[in-house]
Design a protein around this ligand. Sequence first.
Ligand code: RP5
Length: 194
Amino acid sequence: MAENGKPLVGIIMGSQSDWETLEHAAKTLAELGVPHEVRVVSAHRTPDRLFEYASSAESRGLELIIAGAGGAAHLPGMTASKTVLPVLGVPVESKALKGLDSLLSIAQMPAGIPVGTLSIGKAGATNAALLAAAILGAKYPEIREALRAFRAAQTQRVLDHPHPTTAGGAPKTPGRRRPAAKAVARPHAKRKPA
Ligand code: RP5
């Protein structure tokens, strides 16, 4: 594992308002036991901090960066331009365009500076953490085994709850609260004779 639990993954976001999305990346990394740090670093409002963060990330021991931003989302791409560490981009859902602007800003990088782009919002943040664990798992066997256990548990939850209204039917993501099971008509349920 990382030396003294030092962060292996840096999670950065363009604004405090992005935390409600990026917290799902942090929760998932925590669940997998991946040491990480979290910072607000804005490409537009604090460009010097962004350059400092990205250019020093490798020497500080980070091995991967998850960068989330919304709107004209330059944070992941600019971060990738200042480090050779893998950068995973999470498009935050914007109010005006529902995150399509964020998605295209992050995904449409010119050849030479890649950003691994995830889907918009919570699913993208969760998957960024899972992909980070898959990448780091090549070097850290305990992370690979934590990811394997996560996947097995997720599969088992679906197998254990085949009916859509019983708890556990959908893959669990950290922080997700399950709605209480509702009584619904079950077409195949046996009825007691009147
Ligand atoms: C982007 O602008 C941030 O990543 C955020 O998603 C969006 C809006 O930021 P706030 O106005 O909420 O600070 O830079």
